[in-house]
Design a protein around this ligand. Structure first.
Ligand SMILES: Cc1cc2nc3c(=O)[nH]c(=O)nc-3n(C[C@H](O)[C@H](O)[C@H](O)COP(=O)(O)OP(=O)(O)OC[C@H]3O[C@@H](n4cnc5c(N)ncnc54)[C@H](O)[C@@H]3O)c2cc1C
Length: 452
């Protein structure tokens, strides 16, 4: 499955990126005369990229990170002996994608997930023909290319789609495509803009999934940086010459601050600003949406499923465990499947017990493969709860009803040349992705460098 695959049909522009051959080594101590200090709030990929670039330019940089480790939404759980990426898994389009080079420098291994290696099941365990699947997939892409012409600023994608395609709205395969090709990439369809649902650029090339953990990149970028962990920032005061940052009851100050906390954290208002953020920024924080995507990894003593990369199942309930990544393809001894829950159902899973989750997933797998599955009880379950996670309050940003593309630029706008903003939600071309977050960190580092 390819996130943002539908954009392939649109005109693509691939901008020239300002990445360096190696952010860690290329510009070591280029300038030693800089005496300015920078605090970066948040040690996700945006914050780490910004900090590395500034440190290499001679700035004195420290990072304040609320969690016990760096990486943010690049978070890998290795408790089962393989890396389960709780946040980003894929390099979306490897050609000219800055993550491709970064992954190589960091030692992040990856595997080409072949989109065409797939099998689709309808309820009752009926295998769908590849021809049917391919035909509806084409019709789905055509719909995505044209629906925006019927869209408007005040209606959701779902409202417009249901009016234009009433038959398809009830069709299980169409519901599957809406869920895995659109909701997964964006957000709740009843909140998604009917005008801007396909905004954002994409890179060409194959999709690759990280196999030894996406956090390999974060750990690589963190090398040599002064990262203070378990430091939750609660206030940023940018009234004086120096910016004051309150964290864990103490205050630190710097000439510049780069704030990279996720949009969900900004929406919750857990960080107080003095003076208050300007109206344009507050408006953008409110208007841009924050999605929910939860991921689940299950293991069994033996693999009982088809030897393909992707399995799909098309239940009536939207966004519910309808898509399985066959982890055995890149971890042959693991007997693991990864599945997903999105939007409203994704948030619902966060209130469910592990037993309830396993039961709901097994109901789908039993319908696909019959009751004869050996060892139907999964040996292990790993799961995420991104919407209630206090370090993110959601998965990534999306164009909700009322969003305008300038809102992403409003989020990026620096204040008084002292307080700077980075993170995936500030990157108008590549929001919602790891590469977007990375580029945003470099962008803000460059903005500070340009002030010298
Ligand atoms: C489920 C899921 C799947 C995804 N899949 C992909 C994918 O396959 N490919 C892809 O390219 N992208 C994917 N993404 C998106 C990608 O992971 C993010 O866009 C990117 O990692 C965001 O980086 P960031 O630095 O902007 O934010 P973050 O990584 O969230 O970093 C922000 C940091 O701020 C910290 N923080 C929060 N509050 C405070 C506070 N008050 N004080 C101090 N620190 C604080 C957080 O702990 C965090 O470390 C996925 C994301 C999710 C959640």
């Amino acid at each position: 499955m390819k996130r943002r695959k539908f954009l392939k049909k649109s005109l693509q522009t691939v901008p020239v990126l300002w990445t360096t051959p190696s952010i860690l080594s290329s510009c070591k101590k280029e300038e030693t005369s800089i005496t300015k200090t920078v605090i970066v709030v948040g040690a996700g990929i945006a914050g780490l990229a910004a900090a590395q670039r500034l440190k290499n330019k001679g700035f004195t940089v420290s990072l304040l990170e609320a969690q016990e480790k760096v990486g943010g939404r690049l978070r890998s759980n290795r408790s089962l002996g393989i890396a389960f990426d709780e946040g980003a898994s894929w390099i979306h389009g490897i050609t000219k994608n800055p993550i491709t080079d970064l992954a190589e420098q960091a030692g992040m291994k990856s595997f080409h997930t072949e989109d065409s290696s797939r099998k689709s099941y309808d309820v009752g365990g009926i295998v769908r023909s590849a021809a049917t699947y391919d035909q509806i997939e084409d019709e789905f892409y055509d719909m995505l290319d044209t629906l925006m012409k019927k869209g408007n600023a005040s209606q959701s994608f779902q409202t417009v789609f249901n009016a234009q395609y009433p038959t398809q709205a009830k069709d299980r395969l169409w519901k599957f495509f809406l869920s895995t090709y659109l909701t997964f990439d964006t957000g709740d369809l009843d909140k998604l803009s009917s005008l801007l649902y396909n905004e954002g650029e994409e890179f060409k090339g194959i999709e690759k999934i990280a196999t030894n953990g996406y956090d390999t990149i974060a750990n690589h970028l963190a090398r040599g940086l002064n990262v203070q962990l378990n430091q939750r920032v609660t206030k940023i005061d940018y009234t004086g010459n120096k910016v004051q940052v309150t964290h864990n009851g103490q205050t630190s100050s710097a000439d510049y601050v780069i704030l990279t906390v996720p949009l969900g954290v900004l929406k919750k208002g857990v960080i107080q600003f003095a003076p208050n953020l300007p109206a344009a920024k507050l408006n953008a924080i409110q208007k841009i949406g924050m999605s929910c995507v939860n991921k689940f990894l299950l293991t069994w003593p033996t693999a009982f499923w088809d030897d393909v990369q992707y399995l799909s199942y098309t239940p009536e309930t939207a966004d519910k465990f309808n898509y399985f990544v066959n982890v055995n393809k890149f971890h042959p001894s693991s007997n693991a499947l990864m599945t997903f829950a999105y939007a409203a159902y994704g948030r619902q899973t966060e209130t469910m017990t592990d037993s309830e989750i396993k039961e709901a997933i097994m109901a789908h797998l039993k319908d696909m493969y019959g009751n004869s599955i050996p060892n139907p009880n999964p040996s292990n379950l790993l799961r995420t709860k991104w919407s209630s996670n206090e370090n993110a309050y959601g998965a990534y940003s999306f164009t909700a009803i009322g969003t305008e593309m300038r809102h992403f630029e409003d989020l990026a706008e620096p204040l008084d040349d002292k307080l700077f903003f980075a993170g995936e939600h500030t990157e108008v071309d590549y929001f919602s992705t790891a590469h977007g977050a990375y580029l945003s960190g470099l962008r803000e580092a460059n903005n500070i460098i340009d002030l010298q």
